[in-house]
Design a protein around this ligand. Structure first.
Ligand code: ATP
Ligand code: MG
Length: 409
């Protein structure tokens, strides 16, 4: 079983306090046959904790978060868990009464701030704290278990040994697979597979990356053979729905898949890039053996070099502007002709943060592909910062080549 640990507390970052809780938990979990796959420390910040939780929940079967469960303003873990799971916090009257009588027993006033310790995310179950005040809790989240433990080491250890260790399952490993999609948005993919999120004993999650959209499939069952069959079935169903939008699985990269398609077709590629300035050429040549299908590329950043290097007409630049479908087309043709390739790709766009206009806002990118019997282009409106816009452009451009090859195959 894979477990990820998240230690919450700004003092672990700023003040260099060692995260001894995670070390201790790792040791205990390993002894019980579980595998700790990641450990992170994050400050007392709700969006950051929530982001880390969401990320951990996509890959681990258990996520244990420690710290930040107390009553003070900087104890934000509860809130972050509710945000990450998109569920409300609910105050448990029985826990409230128990905490109140405990405080009274110690002759201490039970302040409003203390009451938040009776809050838990909807669906959570308490993990009793025999040595301190704030209890922990456990909640099922997207097929994984999320456990929250207080940060005080003595309390964390006591709760783990008494309440958590007995929950550790002896289960067969999960079967996993990643399906990879390019040229589509996350919401487009989501709409097509939404009904499968509720597949019993399976976890289907969707993740957007600069390199495309990923669907992670995980199937859990006692019999690995049977789990594998169910995973294949789920894969089949999704693959049929996505058709050509699905470009690969697991370790496949878009650049390698596109390169392989070029190799099979016996065709070569060249690029003329403005806003990505060589990023696409870099991605293509990340693939070993790319010299078999990649001729080379032009970086034509200034208008002058678009003309001089790629043969873009001055009239086209004057009439349509450097960021235009017409210039992308001429860049593609220039790449093809001047580099002596079968297929040329032209890329021009506004990566920002400056340079956007109402007609051509930041994120507007034109990609054109021109080749023997294949001519296609795409106008993109990409979100994200400069880095993301440029990386996503490369993904769309590679995908446009891949699709053009599928059309002609
Ligand atoms: P409390 O109810 O005491 O506020 P809490 O769950 O809110 O508990 P924190 O406020 O994050 O926990 O931390 C309480 C104490 O435990 C602090 O002294 C803190 O330095 C220590 N602590 C928290 N996290 C860790 C950790 N990962 N490793 C070691 N010590 C930790
Ligand atoms: Mg605290």
């Amino acid at each position: 079983m894979d477990v990820e640990l998240i230690a919450v507390g700004t003092e672990l970052l700023d003040l260099g306090r060692p995260d001894t809780n995670s070390e201790w938990l790792t040791e205990r979990l390993q002894r019980a046959g579980a595998r700790v796959t990641a450990r992170t420390a994050v400050g007392d910040d709700v969006p950051r904790i929530a982001g880390q939780l969401r990320c951990a929940l996509t890959s681990a079967e258990w996520v244990i978060v420690s710290g930040g469960l107390g009553p003070t303003e900087d104890d934000r873990t509860r809130e972050a868990i509710a945000a990450a799971l998109d569920v409300p916090l609910e105050r448990d009257p029985a826990m409230l009464t128990a905490l109140e009588s405990r405080f009274r027993g110690h002759g201490r006033p039970f302040s409003d701030a203390q009451r938040v310790q009776a809050d838990r995310p909807r669906g959570a179950r308490w993990l009793a704290n025999a040595v301190g005040i704030a209890p922990g809790f456990v909640v099922e989240a997207r097929g994984a278990m999320l456990l929250a433990l207080p940060g005080v080491p003595a309390e964390l250890r006591a709760i783990f040994d008494q309440e958590v260790a007995p929950l550790l399952p002896r289960r067969a490993p999960r079967q996993r697979r990643i399906l990879k999609i390019a040229g589509r948005t996350e919401s487009w993919v989501d709409e097509r597979i939404r009904d499968l999120y509720a597949t019993p004993d399976a976890v289907v999650t969707i993740l957007a990356r600069p390199e495309g959209i990923e669907i992670a499939l995980q199937v859990q069952g006692a019999d690995p053979e049977e789990s594998r069959t169910r995973l294949d079935e789920l894969d089949d169903r999704i693959a049929r729905r996505l058709g050509r939008d699905l470009y690969g699985r697991d370790e496949a990269t878009l650049a390698a898949v596109t390169g392989e398609a070029l190799r099979r077709a016996g065709l070569t590629l060249a690029t003329a890039e403005s806003c990505t300035a060589g990023l696409m050429a870099g991605a293509v040549t990340d693939v070993p053996g790319s010299s078999a299908w990649f001729r080379g590329g032009l970086v034509a950043y200034s208008d002058d070099l678009k003309v001089a290097l790629a043969g873009v007409a001055r009239a086209t630049l004057a009439e349509h502007g450097a960021v235009s479908a017409a210039v992308a087309r001429e860049l593609a043709r220039g790449a093809r002709e001047r580099c002596g390739a079968d297929i040329g790709v032209g890329i021009t766009g506004v990566a920002g943060p400056a340079g956007g206009t109402p007609m051509k806002p930041v994120g507007r990118v034109y990609v054109a592909v021109e080749g023997e019997g294949a001519r296609t282009e795409r106008e993109l409106s990409l979100g994200g910062d400069r880095d993301l816009i440029r990386r996503r452009t490369v993904t769309y451009a590679l995908d446009l080549v891949r699709r053009a090859l599928l059309e002609t195959a």
